[in-house]
Design a protein around this ligand. Sequence first.
Ligand code: 5CA
Length: 195
Amino acid sequence: MTSQMEQQLSAPDRVRQALAAAGVVTRIEEFPSSTRTAQEAAATVGTSVGQIVKSLLFLAGGSPVIALVSGVNQLDTQRLAALSGAGIGKANADAVRQATGYSIGGVPPLGFPAPIPTFIDRDLLQYDLVWAAAGTPRHVFPIAPQELVRITGGTVADLKAPTLPSPNVSNARLALKRRSRGPTGPQAGEGEFSG
Ligand code: 5CA
């Protein structure tokens, strides 16, 4: 009965309900343009790519796990496997829909049919606010990263894949630390913007 009623709610309404049940004070924002990828979401919201939460679903020994990763970082899948205690594989579109109840590009960090073990990129904690998907590729909501940890019951971990050293990296890190909010720096998402 309950699940039938939940089926009738729109995806953003299901997320809204889950946020309210978790006691989060926020608002889901709907945008006319896409927030499907971290780069698009950052451009649409007007925030830095680092502050966009990617919700990445994997199957660990057949069971879903979710990694919440800063938009600027690549997930270290070996680290996630080690944390999960099983070999992992990226979930395909059908598996994402089945485990989370949402389609790729709109997967929120909570509001699933059944709880999913969650791992949270430590880099997200440097910001005052981060933005996560709210059920569709045009809905997102802002949340303090500590709240994200609380409502997901997630484990904070170093999930960032190592990158090759580059002369710009230390400057980029410093800029991000100094400025937890504000416009996207020239280094963020460099070469990844499509429009
Ligand atoms: N709305 C944005 C930011 S809030 C968003 O949902 N970003 S995301 O990163 O969490 O979701 C897109 C991710 O889905 C991609 O980074 C990619 O890892 C994954 N993805 C995209 N296409 C597929 C696919 N065909 N199969 C499995 N995973 C996919």
